[in-house]
Ligand binder design. Structure first.
Ligand code: SF4
Length: 752
């Protein structure tokens, strides 16, 4: 029976999806241990708004496919043996091509559901959603185990590999879906339990290049102002981003600001819906951002629209920047970017004449082999026009996952301890050695993509991995290579809430709780730290990630005895100057921005760098960049450019949203988005099944005729296992941020 609102509990939490981090109140039927509905809550960053994912995308937690008991592999050959044969080119079974993988007989899971069921149990009308892992096929290759047995095995195997291969033989992938406390404990375990900095997470696939450029340029990896500060801007540049799909509530702030007079310059190869709200839309060729922004700076300087006083007092290296951009007059840039020179001049004038401007950017900037250079240009453009450090000005990389900012802050990256304190700095190392009571490794660790390559080394390299909440089988580039790496490991433990594609490769699978079943903090793209509160009881024997990590830590000899996430947070804050003064007890209903001198009385700092930047000399370092083409250009055999990304209704590898009934019902099918002329040339009709292939793999999916694509460019979302876009992508990386070029590779699309 549906209970009236007044009989439901109200629990305050945070949306688990994008970096906007909307405040959500769940209305809970305690008798059923089920959510009845979700509603937005007032908080400065979201103002009670929610998109479709926040409002309807929570029923996956009640899926009968939840993992509820620890599992241990019983069949050494499955799927590792079979897949390693596939990736050696000895056959291409279903997994290697991404074909098959289930029917379209979707579950009808509402907010309730019998949470005592075992994984794969189809009672009650819940069936295997299309495209997801086939539990009936996979589970027979594992057996149920007690927690004691599973944890003992994990600790023993990781210790054995560490003893044989040394610290560099162990690596861990954490997750931006986990809380700050879990991210902190996970990196601490890898660093103190195994003596290695081989610990990373999906920031490597997201904004690592932006962070590299921001650190070098302004001394901080976080945003310099909030997305809500758009109301104070005369003009904003939104670039390499489709905020309507990826940051929907932030996008509503942008559109609202425009109605109040803020001009929007939208720079993106795709004509996403925000283009319809823009004053100027620059549809440049993909991979030409450096040429475009150098030309804009060229014009800003030529027209005298720079802020000379700001340049003199707040920046360094201006002369070298000016010399570099002098080589990019609009006429030359027009040939590279495909944008007419007058439009480049118009952008320069509009930006340069404005009193206050903010740049908001997404992964169209960061996910290139020139991602760091792209971000360097944006930092330079803001700095030479004095657009940092005042209301309505600044730099804002729109962070992807709800806690990618927090997980990075908490040290889940191979070159930094918490709060971006370099592992290779002697004084920092000494401070953390004292705090953690153990010697630490001064060598920077391997990144996500380097760990995958290391696992493929015939001798040595990474042999044992701990995967907490990540699913590289679908999320990493060139996934045939990832599959080969996962199957080559001596030992893999996967901790997750579902049997993900990556879990198929595991030796041990540990059932964790979803964000709805635990307490913890999450830091959004604005630097807002919010408390997610436990909403539901966990199903079966699933346990919070922080408890599982602590149990493994104790088994590898660490004397951890944390009693709660709040205690972990207090330890973090003591080591993280940026988070100073914050505690679970003072975050309140809306969370707090960091830095925050007085969280009891203030919301925190909106505008950073008012008087100085966080660099050692306090100046913004201007770093010029030369345009370089993408790594794999189209040719006769692969004539189209592939761009990958997300849809509004789905999230990353789909493990959550494809099990949310409403979201999967709205967007159930993998599609390749294609310009009408490209489709017509190939004799394709809307909805037709087609094959997309690159030098690395091929997939079959439906074609969607789309006027939002440029001629010669196609877009494929990466959420769908049955048509995994990352079978096609290239694993070339940016040399500084080590981020893969997800936004550009050469493909062909043809009728089946
Ligand atoms: Fe969740 Fe982002 Fe949507 Fe807000 S905008 S409800 S954080 S997915």
């Amino acid at each position: 029976a549906i209970r009236p609102r007044e009989e439901l509990d109200a629990v305050e939490s945070v949306c688990p999806y994008c970096g906007v981090g909307c405040a959500i109140t769940y209305r809970v039927d305690r008798e059923q241990n089920a959510i009845s509905f979700a509603e937005g809550r007032d908080q400065p960053g979201s103002q009670s708004r929610l998109c479709v994912k926040g409002r309807y995308g929570w029923d996956y937690a009640a899926s009968p496919q939840r993992l509820t008991v620890p599992l241990i592999r019983v069949d050494a050959a499955y799927p590792k043996g079979a897949l390693s044969a596939d990736v050696r080119g000895e056959g291409t079974g279903d997994r290697a091509t991404g074909r098959g993988g289930g029917d379209n007989d979707r579950g009808r899971g509402g907010g309730g559901g019998d949470r005592s069921r075992k994984p794969g149990d189809k009672r009650g009308g819940h069936r295997k959603p299309g495209g997801l892992v086939d539990y009936d096929e996979v589970l027979p290759h594992f057996r149920e185990a007690t927690w004691e047995e599973a944890l003992d095995l994990v600790a023993r195997r990781l210790r054995e590999i560490h003893a044989e291969g040394g610290p560099e033989s162990i690596a861990g992938f954490g997750s931006a879906k986990c809380s700050n406390e879990e991210a902190y404990l996970f990196q601490k375990l890898i660093r103190t339990g195994f003596g290695t900095n081989n610990v990373d997470h999906c920031t490597r696939l997201c904004h690592a290049s932006s962070v590299a450029a921001l650190f070098e340029g302004v001394g901080s990896g976080a945003v310099s102002t909030t997305y809500g500060d758009v109301v104070n801007a005369d003009v904003v540049i939104i670039t390499g981003s489709n905020p309507t799909a990826n940051h929907p509530v932030a996008s509503s702030f942008f559109k609202q600001a425009r109605r109040r007079g803020t001009k929007i310059i939208y720079v993106d190869p795709r004509a996403s819906t925000v283009a319809e709200h823009a004053d100027i839309h620059i549809q440049l060729k993909p991979g030409t951002d450096v040429a475009f922004y150098n030309a804009v700076m060229h014009e800003v300087i030529r027209l005298g629209l720079i802020d000379r006083e700001f340049i003199a007092s707040r920046t360094s290296n201006y002369d070298e920047l000016a010399r570099t951009v002098a080589d990019y007059p609009p006429d030359r840039a027009a040939q590279i970017t495909g944008v007419d020179a007058d439009s480049i001049r118009e952008v320069a004038r509009t930006w340069g004449e404005a009193g206050a401007g903010v740049v908001y950017w997404g992964m169209g900037i960061s996910q290139h082999t020139t991602g760091t250079d792209n971000a360097r240009c944006l930092i330079a453009l803001c700095s030479i026009t004095g657009n940092v450090g005042r209301p309505g000005t600044g730099l804002h990389p729109l962070r992807g996952q709800n806690n990618v900012q927090g997980a990075s802050d908490a040290g889940l990256i191979p070159m930094f301890y918490p709060d971006y304190q370099g592992v290779d700095r002697e004084a920092t190392q000494a401070r953390f050695e004292e705090a953690w009571g153990t010697p630490l490794n001064p060598q920077r660790g391997l990144t996500v993509t380097e760990i995958i390559s290391s696992a493929l080394q015939p001798d040595g390299g990474v042999r044992g991995m701990y995967m907490l909440g990540e699913n590289p089988f679908l999320s990493d580039p060139n996934i045939n290579k990832v599959r080969k790496a996962l199957s080559a490991l001596d030992f893999l433990v996967v901790q997750d809430i579902f049997l993900t594609e990556t879990a198929e490769f595991a030796d041990v699978i540990l059932p964790a709780t979803s964000y709805l079943e635990k307490d913890g903090t999450y830091t959004n793209t604005d630097r807002r730290v919010q408390l997610g509160r436990k909403v539901l009881d966990a199903p079966g024997q699933a346990r919070p990630d922080w408890e599982i990590v602590q149990d493994i830590a104790q088994r590898v000899g660490l004397d951890w005895a944390y009693g709660s996430p709040s205690e972990v947070f207090d330890e973090m804050v003591a080591l993280m100057p940026s988070y100073a003064n914050l505690a679970h007890g003072n975050l309140g209903s809306s969370g707090k921005l960091y830095p925050n001198s007085d969280p009891e009385h203030t919301d925190g700092t909106v505008v950073m760098f008012v008087e100085r930047f966080n660099t050692d000399d306090g100046l913004a370092h201007l770093v010029p960049a030369q345009w370089l083409p993408p790594k794999e250009l189209p040719d006769g055999e692969y004539p189209l450019v592939l761009n990958t990304g997300r849809l509004l209704e789905h999230w990353h590898t789909g493990s959550m949203t494809r099990r949310s009934y409403a979201l999967d019902a709205i967007s159930p099918v993998a599609e390749v988005y294609m310009h009408p002329k490209d489709a017509a040339e190939r004799g394709m009709a809307h909805g037709q099944r087609v094959r997309a292939r690159s030098r690395r793999g091929e997939i079959e999916l439906q074609v969607r005729i789309s006027h939002r694509e440029q001629l010669g460019n196609v877009f494929i979302p990466f959420h769908f296992r049955e048509a995994a876009a990352n079978l096609l992508t290239i694993d070339e990386v940016d040399p500084f941020g080590k981020i893969p070029e997800f936004k550009f590779c050469a493909v062909q699309v043809e009728v089946l």
